[in-house]
Write a protein that binds this ligand. Structure first.
Ligand code: SF4
Ligand code: SF4
Length: 446
């Protein structure tokens, strides 16, 4: 069986948060195959853990994927401060006589952004609304690479490494079956001393947020990499939860048009025509300039403008999210720009040092917390979403009462469809089938 078919069978999707089906992404020919091991969001340790524990698998898989996509260069991008992980990878590369190289990046945000990374490595900016393929590159997260290695061994994606940190008693790494509840993951970190809390799924800049009472019925997906517990009145939580009406009213009264949001926006710095200060000016007017509003479609929602740049505490990111939704409703889509674009001169000087970002986020008390050794969790039930990826949901292949084995396919998409297969992550009996499949363990741990 060819490698793409194995990746398709195994249901591999982008593990860095996006969830793009990997068998579709890697069906290409490129000059550069880039592995994203940068993990630039604060407080996350998952990629570092994967490197230290799956280093050989990563190198072996990258060799095979490099051949698949015809890459002249296979490059692992990693932060230069991660010296232990760099040494580990170099030793494996040497032992396997591999030609894979490492590209070290500074400790700044958003070093892990695909567009930043591709530009730093290739010197080629990706066009507006474009993808790395437009400049001859394809990028995969290091977690996806481990899943591809497993696919090479005919093992589907059934588990995830996660960092559980923030306001928990014992911050820890965990290895969990896909479909475990968020509550079980937080309990594995000793729970929280807080009476009430919010949970960020993903990083504090771009992650989504749920409440403690939702944790029992919220289930880990293939692309989740961390859980951060924070008090409900924490700055990060309040910023993420601000209602759009309030944001727009504040914008109308308080935006001083200083344009710091634009000057610090890394997409603008990469040469894109994205000027959040102009969108902020427009949102306050009854008659919107459509051409300006369409610039919001180029926003990747990195959060620099609202967390770091704006001196007035406004939220250009959330305004962009709102504008994008409205434009999408009207059928307006981003248009691909020219390859011929100029990176702005200030680009090199406007990278945000991670430590300063963590300070702005009011997360210093959680920075540098010791992280416990990885625990393997074996829950009694899992609830597995049929759609945990970009594209169409998988079609269920099991019914209530069916007994399934770990790794058995329980949801399927066609080979050429945008979507990914899903598999049972524990052995047991199917007890519910909706847009999710719930499996109750039969007590066998495999
Ligand atoms: S940084 Fe804030 S105040 Fe300045 S233009 Fe942007 S939104 Fe307005
Ligand atoms: S969130 Fe703000 S800084 Fe980030 S890409 Fe969008 S406009 Fe630019």
């Amino acid at each position: 069986m060819d490698l793409l078919q194995k990746i398709y069978e195994a249901g591999v999707v982008g593990a860095g948060g996006a969830g793009f089906p990997t068998h579709i992404k890697l069906n290409c020919e490129v000059e550069y195959f880039i592995i994203n091991a940068v993990e630039c969001e604060p407080l996350m340790h998952t990629d570092k853990h994967i490197i230290m524990n799956k280093g050989k698998e990563i190198i072996l898989a990258v060799e095979e994927i490099g051949k698949l996509v015809g890459a002249n260069q296979c490059i692992i991008a990693i932060k230069e401060k991660n010296t232990k992980e760099i040494k580990h990878l170099k030793e494996i590369i040497e032992a396997l006589s591999s030609k894979i190289t490492l590209f070290t990046m500074g400790d700044y945000y958003p070093a892990g952004d695909e567009q930043m990374m591709v530009y730093e490595i290739t010197g080629k900016p990706i066009p507006e609304a474009g993808i790395p393929l437009d400049v001859g590159a394809v990028v995969s997260n290091v977690g996806s690479i481990v899943n591809i290695y497993d696919a090479m061994m005919d093992k589907p994606v059934v588990d995830r490494f996660l960092t559980v940190t923030g306001d928990v008693k014992n911050p820890t790494m965990i290895n969990v079956p896909v479909g475990i509840s968020v509550k079980a993951c937080i309990e594995a970190a000793g729970g929280s001393a807080l009476a009430e809390y919010a949970i960020i799924i993903g990083g504090p800049m771009m992650g989504t947020i749920i409440d403690d009472h939702e944790a029992e019925n919220h289930f880990i997906k293939k692309m989740d990499g961390s859980l951060i517990v924070l008090p409900k009145d924490h700055f990060v939580v309040e910023r993420k939860r601000k209602p759009i009406d309030k944001i727009i009213n504040e914008t109308k009264t308080a935006c001083i048009q200083c344009r710091y949001c634009t000057d610090m926006c890394h997409r603008y710095l990469l040469g894109h025509q994205l000027r959040p200060h102009k969108i902020m000016r427009n949102i306050g007017m009854s008659d919107h300039d459509e051409a300006i509003m369409k610039e919001a479609l180029l926003c990747c929602e990195c959060g620099i403008c609202e967390i770091y740049a704006c001196p007035m505490g406004l939220s250009p990111r959330l305004v962009n999210v709102h504008v994008k939704k409205e434009l999408y409703k009207k059928g307006v889509r981003p248009e691909k720009g020219s390859l011929d674009l100029e990176v702005r001169d200030m680009m090199a000087y406007r990278k945000i040092p991670s430590y300063r970002l963590i300070s702005r986020l009011d997360l210093l008390e959680y920075y540098g917390q010791p992280i416990d050794e990885c625990k393997n969790l074996t829950p009694e039930t899992v609830t597995i979403h049929l759609k945990q990826h970009i594209g169409k949901p998988a079609t269920e292949m099991v019914s209530v009462g069916d007994v399934v084995t770990k790794g058995q396919m329980i949801g399927k998409v066609g080979r050429d469809e945008l979507g990914a297969n899903v598999h049972a992550s524990i052995e047991g009996t199917v007890i519910e089938v909706t847009e999710k499949i719930t499996i109750k363990s039969n007590g066998v741990v495999s």
